[in-house]
Design a protein around this ligand. Sequence first.
Ligand code: N01
Length: 549
Amino acid sequence: MAASLSATPAATPAAPSTGHALPLDLLIVGAGLAGLCMLHKARRQGLNALVIEAAGGVGGTWYFNRYPGARVDIQSMEYSFGFDEALQQHWHWTERYAAQPELLRYANHVADRFALRDAILLNTQLAGAAFDEASQRWRAVAEGGQAWAARFLVMASGPLSSPNQPDFPGLARYTGRVLHTARWPHEAVDFTGLRVGVIGTGSSAVQAIPVIAEVAAQVTVFQRTASYAVPAHNGPLDADFEAGIKADYAGFRARNQRMMGGFGSLQPPNLVSALAVSPEQRQAMFEERWRIGGFGLLGTFHDLIVNPAANELAAEFVRGKIRETVHNPATAEALCPRHPIGCKRLCVDTNYYATYNRPNVALVNLQTSPIEQFTPSGLVAGGLAHDVDALVLATGFDAMTGTLLKLNLRGRGGQTIQAKWQAGPLNYLGLTVAGFPNLFNIAGPGSTAAFTNVIVAIEHHVSWIADCIAHLDAHGLATIEANADAEAAWAVHVNTVAARTVYLSCNSWYLGANIPGKPRMFMPLFGYPAYVEKCAQVAAQGYAGFTLA
Ligand code: N01
């Protein structure tokens, strides 16, 4: 899903001359799970498609995020493709929540099983692409100079593929090793006996810290905002559970499709308000979900995400768990988040809070002890020097738009995507952008991907795009382009839905609030089933809201 992160906004690419550009139906950017799925679907439809990928292998997210403890936070049996029965029957996950190496093996298996590799160019960074109105094709060039002229440009570059490396003043003075969780080295990193600093406490840090702490001499965690983490209760995949799902995988997928996030049908939300039960009942119901683990905690009551009072009850339940787990009361209090639970993406953990009971783990609260300076041997925060041998930046991503804005895309009239998205990522259905004909974005802003099992979101987008292209071909049409009014209405819709929830009440990457200067616009849409219905409706109405020509 990751395209590249090394790309920086550069001058507009010169449109390659038709003579030298390889003609394609689809140019797909990114060989993560989205790119692989799109390529397979396009080929089955008889389209001539090519994937370009900046990395040296397929797998996107699972190629890059190799930090210790990296694993999926959706159950493995759900986090896989459902488009091919033989694939889903064949593949065996070893754990309830698969770890990064196994997820990367899965991506490679998909590439091999469907013989996709001959249409994937690795180590190929898109330098830019421009829509050529005369030929009605996207002219794309890679940094190496290769050029293509494609009818359709499909961005499968991933919503979380552009690492956020904050501009920490003076970081260059630090002489130890600096690592970013989203650009982890391919060779093993041995922290044995080392003093390690970790900046950030989101999902990546929550997974990495307990694993690093098992071998490091000392781990110092620099926390700006505390995170809610729910136990994964990970373990070997139960053979009976696997067999039960495989006996009716299609039915299982269909039931998940009806869930708000496209997953979790094994543990559907209780249709009762958190405010309608006694405190004892409430506690028992939260305890039951905590015992099972995972995102299902947020479904203990139907109103946790939409009613701040109900939400606070769930938040306080988790704070209670933190206080119960962490022995040092001051550390426990600093680890207790104050924003609504679920407002930032919930973390699914293994031993995160308990790790703070280890003698070799310390928490520095950046709210009260901000980073003052970096030194050759570490950093100073709140007047105290922290010397570390290695510094792990678990500082997340320039989410949803970061990669696209680095890729030098130009639509009609030479308009840049940067100009178009100056105030935020305007789009229609999350899939298309007015002024950028025949450009499709998989799992991007304006879609439900960030709130959904992303594989489910990818498969839906890939099918919609393939059907759309089939419709154009069947009707002898060359282009499809979102109408500006449909796009404007969609932005209002996405934000209206968000305004009915707690999602606007904290500084999350959903809002672009983790990146200084990024326009604040709520980017993902909540509610997968209604979104799928809307996308189907638009298509059934002959692509209402679009201009086809
Ligand atoms: O990134 P994050 P992530 N100074 O943005 C802090 C998916 N994912 O890589 O909250 C100090 O969540 C920042 O602080 P604050 C998942 O969707 C999934 O952990 O902005 N601190 C925060 O604590 C997830 O949501 C899995 O105040 C700074 C942290 O860095 C998404 O990826 C695993 C800072 C960043 O947390 C992102 O997760 C991993 C600064 N200048 C990721 N800038 C699974 O489990 C940032 N921070 C599948």
